[in-house]
Design a protein. Structure first.
Length: 75
């Protein structure tokens, strides 16, 4: 999801999305938490939300001013 209008041009979207929401599956759980999370953090995705339907919880990562994620889990 892109929230900043300045990122949207006629040709394409410039920069990273502001919010990414993923539904976790057992086959991609480690990749979501290691590789994707590190990549999204590196490129400044402001919020990364993982929904786990099996574990019945949501984990939200928020980009802090220092460029690192802080997280909160919701059961």
């Amino acid at each position: 999801m892109v929230c900043e209008q300045k990122k949207i041009t006629e040709a394409n979207i410039q920069g990273s999305p502001d919010v990414i929401i993923e539904v976790r599956s057992p086959s991609t759980a480690l990749k979501d938490m290691r590789e994707k999370k590190a990549l999204y953090e590196k490129f400044g995705v402001k919020e990364y939300i993982i929904i786990d339907p099996i574990g019945q919880y949501i984990e939200c990562f928020y980009l802090m001013k220092d460029g690192a994620y802080s997280n909160k889990s919701i059961s």
